[in-house]
Design a protein around this ligand. Structure first.
Ligand code: ADP
Ligand code: ASP
Ligand code: MG
Length: 329
């Protein structure tokens, strides 16, 4: 069998028909290089938000089972549309819902955990050289009820399917072309990183950077699937997340809940200079600190008040100026 690669496209990448055409081109390009292609899709644009708020207009307390039944439709729409488009372009594609693709979960609606993937149907379609398009963010439980994985959960569908198929790579395509030293849409001087370890990425996601869903990184690490984040809209090199660990680097600054700032990098606990620089910036800006926590790969500071993005910019330019070799500028 050829190499199997998994490609996941997020909501902003499939927001309208024009963007679906860009996505279809990317898929065709990789299919023509003789790969088996499995695509995981998110719902289009803000569709999930729209479905949730419409449900809340109908009832104050929406049953979780019914909310899952509703929001899972967003991904079903985008998957079917992409399949219609690819077929019209002459490429045989098939859309599968989570349950048709054999994705079995526990019974926790709205935050289900994947327990097992029966790959029989996916493999059957791949043998026929079909492009397999699977709805992200959803599976089925033992009662045959639809479950979803929590916001951003399509990343987890992608890495879990990649692990079940023993895929060569799992590409996560989005509106940013990789993982940056901080959120590039908020923090001005952010730079793209070329590589990160699973552990570092897990810290970054747990501290609230929504670029990847937490659970997908745990699965990637467990099954040793390299996760490559790239842009749907350009061909620039992205960020590779794998088990390669670089000692003593600083990778990322994250703000969580407006008043907690974390700095992530493997071995940061031994970086006295970095700790001193952070404390100097806190002191200089007269910030009221409630807690200062250090672990193997993370410094976290909780403040009394909301922290301005300018403080993150200052920490970033101070701490990351020596890290140019890891940046993908
Ligand atoms: P998708 O809809 O494709 O799943 P998301 O919106 O979930 O994409 O994730 C991409 C967003 O993550 C970016 O638009 C960016 O604002 C945000 N983000 C937060 N922190 C980072 C970071 N360190 N690097 C890159 N993007 C980040
Ligand atoms: N559509 C879901 C969400 O908006 C899942 C995803 O896009 O990953 O959270
Ligand atoms: Mg996402």
């Amino acid at each position: 069998m050829n190499d199997t690669i998994v490609l996941k496209f997020g909501g902003s990448s499939v927001a309208d028909n024009e963007k679906l055409k860009v996505v279809a081109d990317k898929i065709i390009n990789m299919y023509n290089k003789n790969n088996n292609i499995v695509v995981i899709l998110s719902a289009q644009g803000k569709m999930t938000d729209k479905l949730i708020s419409e449900a809340k207009e109908l009832a104050k307390d929406v049953e979780k089972r019914e909310m899952d039944a509703l929001v899972s439709c967003g991904e079903q729409m985008s998957a079917a549309k992409l399949s219609i488009l690819l077929n019209s372009l002459g490429y045989k594609a098939i859309s599968l819902t989570g349950w048709q693709a054999g994705i079995y979960t526990n019974n926790t609606n709205e935050n289900a955990i994947i327990q097992n993937i029966n790959t029989e149907r996916i493999l059957k379609e791949l043998e026929k050289k079909h492009i397999v398009i699977i709805t992200g963010f959803q599976g089925i439980n033992e009662n045959m009820d639809i479950t979803t994985f929590g916001r951003g959960g399509s990343d987890t569908s992608a890495v879990a399917v990649a692990a079940a198929l023993n895929a060569k790579n799992c590409y996560i395509f989005s509106d940013v072309d990789g993982v940056y030293t901080a959120d590039p849409n908020k923090i001005k001087n952010s730079k793209k990183l070329s590589a990160l370890s699973y552990e570092e990425m897990l810290e970054i996601s747990s501290e609230g950077a929504k670029v990847l869903h937490n659970r997908c990184i745990e699965i990637g690490e467990k099954f040793k699937i390299p996760i490559i984040t790239k842009s749907t809209f350009n061909n620039k090199p992205g960020t590779v997340i794998s088990d390669i660990i670089e000692e003593n680097t600083i990778k990322s600054i994250i703000k969580k809940d407006l008043s907690r700032v974390s700095i992530v990098g493997n071995g940061i606990i031994r970086n006295i200079d970095a700790m001193k620089s952070v404390l100097d910036i806190i002191d200089k800006n007269k910030l009221d600190m409630l807690e200062f926590d250090v672990s193997e790969s993370k410094i976290s500071v909780t403040f009394k008040n909301v922290v301005d993005d300018e403080i993150l910019e200052e920490i970033q330019s101070k701490l990351l100026e020596d890290e140019k070799q890891y940046l993908n500028v």
